[in-house]
Design a protein. Structure first.
Length: 763
């Protein structure tokens, strides 16, 4: 009875498939098409591979030709284009080696995805059944070896042996894998006919166990040719299943989707509701495919929906021998089995057609685009070489005339610029000289602005002097910049601009547009450095802060001789005399003998005696006693007493007013006198230094411009020397490009034939 049922099923299956024009054979109890649609994919893959081998050779030959070509006959990025074309061909060939027909199975947990894959393969390759839940992506593909093995994503070079399905299940359970991880299972091709035809089947975890659907799609779905949604016939399509395929359709244009309502054998227990439930599932599936996803029309959608029992098919196909006991199946098994075979036939036809279309149509278009681009590039080279060859004879005469004219104008410009630089340098030196002298005359104001507590402690005075040096140096530099920097910078930049404009006239217009003349200017505006180092300049300054009575004998004599009798010696003048004063350390050592003191004739001998005796302390005392005795006899002691009282009062007054403020004034006056004398010594040196900076800036600018002109003239001369040789070279380039361009016609014909045979919808 069992044998009768099996034979009846096989005969009915053969009759059903023959009625659709397909011959069937039986291999190890599995019904398999002899002329499978999947074979077309293998033949198409072999054919397009051969075409791209020829295209790769053609592109490489063109690349070698372009390497030897002149740059002026090529487009700006012609060589890079050919290199990119070569890379594109290489990438396409690499993709073609890996291209296969990929089918991805999705559905909720425990809907029977692994069982469906095993049924399609006719062997129990993937773990399925009670206690087995797929927790990662499993990709089954063919292997040329005789042993099955698996490769983990994190260790692609390590092959793990798989002896049986149970061993595979244990290996997967022992690995801690993420739900987006891919495990590749390589099964011997000689054990499964489907894998021999470059078919790859991908099993997935349940789409209801992880929110990372976008990651799944990006990693495993973008290159899939066909999707199979395995649904549970005991329930309707769930929101999670629809949401997943909505995401797929957003990233893939019109994906091929089949819907399998698995476990349809459960409906056999309720035959009265069978047709109603089937219609309900069919209507919802059609609405989902045609109305929601819009991947097929409503007339095509019924051919994408099937009601099957994968478990029954797997049990039937994995029976060890025809004589084994046939298991008992629920009513309607034969119809469900036929529908599964119908799904396989539609599945293979759609997969083969879709794979050829998705895998090879794009490659064929790209191959044709590569040939067209390269042919256009070679045609451009041919035209450019021909036009250049015609133009070179007239170019030589033009280049020669331009060289002679440039040389003459350059000589005239050099003479003019030299005179201009000399004039600007002289003007700069005069302006700096006048400005520095004016600042020296105003030095007392600058020193008066220095505010810092003063003390006559030697260590403190040294610090005070350093800070005063810095203050004066910064003030002089700031004032000089304020007076001259803008004026001199404008003068220099104006001269530079004039040079650049004149040089621009000597350069061809097309070359002048490419040159940024701003590179010949300084990165910042030109500014003169004055370099006035007051600390070094006034290093020999020695202050004198000892108290000296204004009406003392020596002080009075000194004022008589200097003609400044009524002035005190410790005040800072508001204007400095133009003559260089003596330093404070020498004030009391230099006494002029041509003084203009107006004194009574009777007092003159006494003053001269006192002056003579002023050399030492004893001489001063004796002079004072002699003068006192003379005054007592002449004026009287009362007048002398009053005078001495006033004199004593003045002495103590000045003594008590000899404070740090007075000392500071005396110090600043001495510093002004000393610094004035020193600064006057470097006026000419500083002026010459500033004018030298201007001369260097202008000379350097003109030198860079001259270098540019010289370089241009050398280029012109070299161009003239090369023109004769280039004419012959251009002739060779034109001939070679024409020969290569003709080779593109053959390759284009080959691609047209491939499209006609494999990609034409009518074919």
């Amino acid at each position: 009875m069992a044998n009768l049922l099996r034979n009846s099923l096989m005969v009915d299956t053969n009759h059903c498939l023959k009625s659709n024009g397909t011959n069937l054979g039986v291999v190890s109890g599995v019904i398999e098409p002899i002329d499978s649609p999947l074979k077309i994919f293998v033949l198409a893959k072999r054919k397009i591979n051969n075409i791209f081998v020829a295209i790769e050779s053609y592109v490489e030959e063109s690349k070698i030709f372009l390497e030897a070509c002149r740059e002026d006959v090529l487009e700006a990025d012609a060589f890079n284009k050919v290199v990119n074309l070569a890379e594109r061909v290489s990438n396409i060939r690499e993709v073609l080696r890996r291209d296969h027909m990929k089918v991805a199975f999705f559905g909720r947990t425990s809907n029977g995805k692994s069982t469906v894959i095993n049924s399609v393969l006719g062997r129990k390759i993937l773990p399925s059944g009670m206690g087995h839940t797929t927790n990662c992506f499993l990709q089954v593909e063919g292997s040329d070896t005789d042993e099955a093995y698996l490769v983990l994503e994190n260790a692609p070079d390590e092959k793990l042996n798989v002896e049986s399905v149970s061993h595979l299940a244990n290996a997967l359970n022992s690995e801690k894998l993420g739900d987006a991880t891919l495990v590749r299972i390589f099964w011997p091709k000689n054990k499964c006919s489907l894998l021999r035809d470059d078919v790859v089947l991908v099993d997935s975890p349940g789409i209801d166990v992880s929110p990372n659907l976008d990651e799944w799609i990006d990693k495993h779905c973008l290159d899939a040719d066909l999707f199979v949604l395995v649904s549970n016939a005991e329930s309707t399509l769930m929101r999670t299943e629809k949401a997943f395929f909505h995401k797929v359709s957003e990233k893939i244009s019109k994906p091929n989707i089949f819907i399998l309502n698995n476990r349809w054998d459960a409906a056999a227990s309720e035959p009265e509701n069978l047709d109603r439930v089937r219609k309900q599932h069919t209507d919802r599936s059609i609405s989902f495919l045609a109305d929601e996803l819009k991947v097929v029309s409503r007339s095509e959608a019924p051919e994408r929906v099937f009601f099957i029992s994968a478990k029954e098919v797997l049990i039937w196909r994995t029976q060890e021998s025809p004589d084994s006991i046939t298991p008992t199946f629920p009513e309607g098994f034969q119809h469900r089995y036929f529908e599964f075979e119908n799904f396989e036939r539609k599945f293979e036809e759609c997969l083969s057609k879709s794979s050829i279309k998705t895998k090879f149509d794009q490659h064929a278009r790209r191959g044709n685009s590569i040939i067209v681009d390269l042919s256009h590039l070679l045609d451009t080279i041919n035209k450019n070489a021909t036009n250049l060859r015609i133009k070179k004879s007239s170019d030589r005469k033009e280049e020669s005339n331009r060289l002679e004219m440039t040389n003459q104008k350059m000589q005239m410009l050099t003479n003019e610029v030299k005179h201009k630089i000399i004039y600007i340098v002289e003007q700069t030196e005069q302006k700096v000289n006048l400005a520095l002298k004016e600042e020296i005359r105003r030095l007392s104001l600058l020193v008066s602005d220095f505010e810092r507590p003063f003390s006559d402690d030697p260590n403190y005075v040294q610090t005070y002097k350093k800070e005063l040096h810095s203050h004066v140096e910064k003030g002089l530099d700031s004032n000089m910049r304020a007076r001259l920097s803008t004026e001199l910078s404008c003068c220099v930049e104006s001269a530079q601009k004039e040079m650049i404009e004149r040089v621009t006239q000597l350069i061809p217009e097309e070359q002048a547009k490419r040159i940024d003349f701003l590179t010949f200017r300084s990165r910042q505006s030109f500014e003169i450095l004055y370099r006035i180092n007051c600390e070094s300049l006034c290093a020999d300054f020695q202050e004198d802060l000892e108290f000296r009575f204004s009406f003392g004998v020596l002080s009075m004599i000194r004022r008589f001789r200097s003609g400044n009798f009524f002035s005190k010696g410790n005040s800072i003048p508001r204007s400095v005399p133009s003559t260089a004063p003596q330093t404070p350390s020498n004030d009391y050592k230099s006494i002029h003998h041509n003084s203009s003191i107006s004194a009574d004739a009777d007092l003159l001998p006494i003053i001269e005696k006192i002056s003579f005796l002023s050399g030492t302390q004893s001489q001063t005392t004796i002079g004072a006693l002699a003068l006192g005795g003379f005054m007592v006899r002449t004026i009287g002691w009362r007048v002398i007493a009053v005078t001495l009282g006033v004199y004593t009062f003045l002495y103590f007054y000045e003594r008590f007013t000899w404070t740090n403020k007075a000392k500071e004034k005396a110090f600043k006056k001495q510093y002004v006198n000393h610094a004035t004398r020193k600064l006057k010594l470097i006026v000419d040196l500083t002026s010459a230094n500033c004018s030298h900076q201007v001369q260097q800036e202008l000379t350097a600018t003109f030198a860079r411009l001259c270098h540019m002109i010289d370089s241009n003239m050398k280029d012109i001369q070299q161009e003239i020397n090369k023109l004769d040789a280039e004419i012959r070279q251009l002739e060779e380039i034109a001939n070679s490009s024409r020969t290569l361009k003709n080779k593109a016609s053959f390759l284009s014909t080959e691609l047209d034939n491939f499209n006609e045979v494999y990609l034409n919808d009518e074919t």
